[in-house]
Design a protein around this ligand. Structure first.
Ligand code: APR
Length: 251
């Protein structure tokens, strides 16, 4: 058990809180081997993001998007939940939190044992694809085979519409139901815990502010400073697995 004062303060805040809201970003998955976006060496330090409109307008942009998805496939398939995910799952299982609000698309919270309904995905999920016209689900193996066979972006097996990973790209509308649930989580929380997010992408980054405006205490576990540190009650600048695993008491 860590004797680090901020981790102890987080453990005490968790022990004494009523309803807890959990909010995760890419930083909770780096210890599972999935790179984040804005750390040194992160995805956006090496590539520019593909805007949703570009995906719609350009076959070349679609092919680049699929190339990137399959480039990262090995790391995605090899990734397993880490101690940070297990601590999130433990708080939900113990009834201390109702769900986890996540910006992540890797499905690791579900792999850790949470039901789909307990994982509020604000930016969708990259472990499967969906048709942008009829919403038909398509599995990644099928998409990869089609892309590698023809080199062109896969089309829907039902309506021949454009198919995209089931993620929310910049410029794509946010999932309304997920955003509504996430706001409810923030408004109802007595303690809002951020785990591994730079808190620079909106509307997700507004959720900690909404929680604080509704009277919640705010804890941020993040390796680097965030713009919300100044409104946080507790800031733990340590690896999530260690710090949050210690604070929750899971291995
Ligand atoms: N322990 C603690 N903090 C960590 C760890 C770790 N093991 N690994 C990374 N971090 C921190 C980094 O310091 C960084 O500040 O996690 C944060 C991750 O920030 P981002 O890479 O910006 O990821 P995120 O906040 O989830 O990005 C939000 O941006 O590109 C979009 O849709 C994408 O959902 C993503 C959104």
């Amino acid at each position: 058990m860590s004797t680090e004062p901020e981790t102890t303060a987080l453990a005490e805040a968790i022990a004494s809180a009523g309803r807890i809201a959990l909010f995760t970003g890419a930083g909770i998955s780096t210890e599972s081997g999935i790179p984040d976006f804005r750390s040194p060496g992160g995805i956006w330090t090496r590539k520019t993001s593909i805007l949703f409109q570009d995906f719609l307008d350009s076959e070349e942009a679609r092919q680049e998007a699929w190339r990137r998805r399959f480039e990262g496939d090995a790391a995605m398939r090899a990734a397993r939940p880490n101690r940070g995910h297990r601590a999130v799952e433990a708080l939900v299982r113990r009834g201390r939190a109702r769900a986890v609000v996540t910006q992540n698309i890797d499905g690791l919270h579900q792999q850790s044992g949470l039901d789909a309904a307990q994982v509020i995905e604000l930016h969708g999920n990259t472990t499967y694809a969906a048709c942008l016209e009829c919403d038909t689900r398509h599995e990644m193996d099928e998409m990869r085979a089609a892309f590698e066979a023809g080199g062109r972006s896969p089309r829907c097996r039902r309506c021949l519409g454009l198919v995209k990973t089931a993620t929310v790209s910049f410029g794509q509308p946010m999932p309304e139901a997920a955003m509504r649930r996430a706001r409810e989580e923030a408004q109802a929380a007595e303690l809002f815990i951020v785990l591994g997010s730079s808190l620079v992408v909106y509307p997700a980054a507004a959720l900690p502010v909404l929680a604080v405006q509704n009277g919640a205490r705010l804890a941020i576990v993040n390796r680097e400073p965030t713009p919300m540190d100044e409104i946080a009650d507790i800031v733990v600048r340590r690896p999530i697995g260690e710090a949050f695993g210690d604070a929750v008491g899971v291995n």
